[in-house]
Design a protein around this ligand. Structure first.
Ligand code: NAD
Length: 540
């Protein structure tokens, strides 16, 4: 019976995937076959069954997309429109996500292995975020021709007769390379600002799980984006490399691992093109002993288990005050061992990320694919060999506990007394694995939190507001949460810019700074006429 329901739900997703947009590249406003007609497979993480085969775009397809983009850029219609007008078109795409949320959530549940409930929540977030980006169209238009105050030559400023305005120009043809963990969200977070700023763009989604991103092509087509302004080439590393190396691509916006991010930067260095890099993390959760124990347990679980630990901001390092460590670990072990596994993410409508916020049980999802599964187990085996103590988990759950075989499941794992030099402390595992260390003083807590090369996010929990803020201010990370309750950990708002310190990235996403990443700031110095005269001429 359970097997039948699994087959039915998988068949339903496969039927969604029959649509043209999930089987072709989107280049020059048309859905086209890849030149070499090759395909790549993707599997259902809960069972390991083949889900779909999608086009494997290669360097020649990337070059075709770049040519289409270059033509659109040279023609100039898109860049010449106001940002508000461009945003009206992009808004239709955002609405399209909302309108197709259920189908897209089923696809992401089957592609990534995340519970439907969680996928639907985050896809709703992508649609709202898209609407937010569109609202920035007006702000961008208002920044055009903004006078630079001459200051009459005072205070080191240019003299009064110096008439200068600032403009924010689009960069040109831009490459958008995205990760698989929140496939559509990550991709759409690039597509919206790139297009609203007036660029022509080529999206290369992740080959591990990027099916939902292919729907953005259909949305662009239906919204009336001019041919070549937006293109999608699915494919693997080779397609990504071709995009980064092309001299015609003036900017790469990349979300993925820090190792690949540095390769992207290297590829862009000879041509000195722009890069925006959203990379990996190893976020710390610092817990002081004045924290409520229940809240600390809940926040720890949420921090490292959201999306199965496959989130860049996952709080995978717990740094707990010495005398609070044992009570916290005892409760954590107890709670983690109660968690059921998510055997069919596609139909998981009530459980999933943060379900406990609604008073429901949460559930452990499979990790995304076989190679990630092996990589995580490799980290665990290495930790065991190095003598790291395992509080709970540490491997693959028994098939009887999961309910079937073949899926990429890993037990929620807590490693204690972890050495600061070990890989499980220093490297991103990207799975349901938490490493624990303790501290005795505030200064030590800060040193522990800052003890990796990453700096994406971190949280401080204390019921003493002054202490929570003091420690938060000393943590080197792009997004820090200071909290007595744990509320809001991992939360994002589209108006709040974020990004990475150190190996977690270059540049900022979201907010007006996130939009500015896709523009070049230009000063225009004009003499011999007034700006008002120029505007009259412009209007003729
Ligand atoms: P990845 O680095 O393996 O791949 C990311 C993308 O880069 C894929 O589309 C891939 O095909 C492409 N790629 C691979 N090699 C390339 C190369 N040499 N040149 C150009 N493109 C190349 O990352 P992933 O496994 O897809 O994603 C997980 C990583 O993404 C984690 O490290 C996670 O922390 C990070 N991430 C960061 C954020 C953020 O906002 N900071 C958000 C989501 C995910």
């Amino acid at each position: 019976m359970e097997q039948d329901s699994k087959n039915n739900s998988l068949d339903k997703v496969r039927s969604h995937l029959q649509r043209e947009c999930f089987n072709k590249l989107f280049i020059g406003g048309k859905f086209v076959e890849p030149i070499e007609r090759e395909k790549l497979p993707t599997y259902y993480p809960a069972t390991g069954e083949l889900l779909h085969e999608f086009p494997r775009g290669k360097a020649n397809d990337i070059h075709a997309a770049i040519s289409a983009s270059e033509r659109a850029w040279a023609e100039g219609t898109w860049a010449a429109m106001s940002a508000v007008d461009r945003a009206k078109i992009v808004a239709k795409m955002a609405q399209g996500i909302e309108d197709n949320k259920e189908m897209l959530a089923e696809i992401e549940a089957a592609d990534v292995g995340k519970p439907f409930r969680q996928a639907a929540m985050t896809l709703g977030g992508a649609a709202n975020e898209g609407k937010y980006w569109c609202s920035l169209g007006k702000a961008l238009d208002e920044e055009q021709d903004l006078p630079v105050n001459s200051g009459g030559g005072k205070g080191g400023l240019p003299p009064e007769e110096w008439n200068v305005v600032y403009r924010r120009d689009p960069i040109g043809v831009v490459g958008l390379i995205s990760a698989w963990n929140y496939p559509l969200n990550v991709a759409f977070r690039k597509v919206c600002p790139a297009l609203i700023a007036g660029n022509c763009a080529i999206l290369k989604p992740s080959e591990i799980a990027g099916l939902s991103c292919m729907f953005i092509g259909k949305l662009a087509h239906d919204a009336g984006i001019p041919p070549g302004v937006f293109n999608i080439v699915t494919g693997d590393r080779d397609a990504g490399v071709a995009l980064t190396l092309s001299p015609s691509v003036s900017m790469i916006s990349f979300t993925g691992s820090s190792i690949t991010g540095s390769k992207v930067m290297e590829a862009c260095a000879p041509k000195l093109s722009q890069v925006a890099l959203e990379l990996g993390g190893k976020s710390a959760l610092v817990v002081f002993d004045d924290t409520d124990l229940d809240k600390a347990v809940e926040t720890t679980m949420k921090g490292f288990l959201t999306n199965g630990g496959q989130i860049c901001t996952a709080h995978t390092r717990l740094i707990v005050q010495d005398n609070f460590k044992q009570p916290l670990l005892n409760r954590l072990k107890e709670e983690l061992e109660k968690l059921p596994f998510c055997t069919n993410p596609i139909t998981e409508k009530n459980r999933g990320d943060r379900a406990w916020e609604d008073g429901k049980t949460d559930v452990v999802q499979p990790v995304v694919c076989d190679s990630q599964h092996k990589k995580i187990l490799g980290f665990l085996n290495e930790a065991k060999a190095a003598g790291v103590e395992i509080l709970t988990g540490g491997g693959v759950p028994d098939e009887k506990v999961v309910g079937h075989s073949g899926g990429y499941f890993i037990q929620p794992t807590v490693l204690v007394n972890v050495g600061q030099e070990t890989d499980v402390w220093q490297k991103e595992v990207f799975g349901p694995v938490l490493s624990v260390r303790s501290f005795s003083s505030e200064a030590e807590a800060v040193l522990e939190a800052n003890s990796t090369k990453f700096g994406l996010a971190s949280t401080v929990m204390s019921s003493d507001p002054a202490r929570a803020m003091r420690v938060a201010n000393r943590i080197r990370a792009g997004a820090v949460y200071a909290t007595s309750t744990g509320e809001g950990i991992l939360a994002e708002h589209p108006a709040v810019s974020r990004g990475g310190f150190g190996c977690s990235g270059v540049g900022r996403e979201l907010g007006i700074s996130g939009l500015h990443e896709y523009t070049e700031l230009k000063s225009v110095n004009y003499t011999g006429f007034s700006l008002a005269d120029a505007k009259i001429e412009d209007a003729k």
